[in-house]
Write a protein that binds this ligand. Sequence first.
Ligand code: G1P
Length: 294
Amino acid sequence: MQRKVTKAIFPVAGMGTRFLPATKSIPKEIMTLVDKPLIQYAIDEARAAGITDFIFVTSRGKSALEDYFDDAPELESSLAAAGKMELLEILRNTNMESGAISYMRQNRPLGLGHAVWCARRLVGDEPFAVLLPDDVISSDKPCLQQMVEAYEETGGCMVAAMEVPQDKTSAYGILDHDNADGNVVSVNAMVEKPKAGTAPSNLAVIGRYILTPRIMNNLGTVKRGAGGEIQLTDAIAAEIGAGRMVSGYKFDGTRFDCGSKAGYLQATVAFGLSRPELREELSCFLKELVATKA
Ligand code: G1P
C-alpha cells in the first residue's frame, strides 16, 4: 500500500511572455477557457484525485492568483441577495479552505526543477503531485486521478505520457521505455528536450507527475540541464540511474497545450463545444465560418 498523495505543487512562476500583451498585468493562469481560469481546471483535477494541500510556486506579479482563491464575501452576499444561487455555488467552489493553500516565491527563474525544489519544506517527507496548469487535459476520469489509481499499484515516480509527432519531440521530456502493460510503461531513461533526430522515442512527458520525496534531494544536486535550467526531468532520471523504478502513464484523454496560442485556441473551442448551453450556437458559427473562409 503506497502512502496517499495529498499534496500538489503548481508551478506558476512563469512570465507568460508568449501571451503578451494579455499577460502584462494578469498572470497567464488566470486566462480563461470559456469562463474558468486555466488554474481552476488544474485545481479541480487535483481535488478529484484526493489532493487536499495546494502549493503554488509563484513569482512577482502573480498576486491576482491569491485574490482569485480568496473568499469574496461582498460578491457572495450580492449574488445571494439577488437570488443567483447557481452563480453563488460556482463562486464558492473556487474558494479554498483556510490553510489548504500555500504560496512560495521562486526568487529566480532557474527552471521547472528549481520551482519544484522551492516547495521542498512544504512537501516534507511525502510523495507529492506536480501539475503544470498549461497542460489542460479533457477526460472522463481526471488525468491525475487515473495516475493516482495506477500509482497505488506501482509506487515510485510516475509521469503522465503521450505520443507526440516525431518532429515535436524536442519540445518535451522524452521517455526511453519498455512496452506498455496496459497504460503503464517502465521508463529506462528520460531526456529533456532532445535535439532533433536524437529522441529515444516519441513518448513525451505531459505536465502531471507523482513523485517521491527523494526527487527534492535530487533537485538539490542535479546540474543545470537543457536551456541552462534546473530540469525536473533530470531529477527523475537520476532515480532510474540509482536503480529505482520510474513509470510513464499513458492517460486516457485529450491534452491541450495552453502554453501556446494554437493550443489555447483549440482548447477554447473544444471546451466551448463540450458545454450543452453553448454547443449548438458555437458549432453553427464554426461551420459557417469555415465554409465562408474555405
Ligand atoms: C515541461 C517539462 C517537459 C514536459 C512539458 C510538458 O516543459 O520540462 O519535460 O514535456 O513541460 O508540457 P516546458 O513546456 O515547461 O518547456
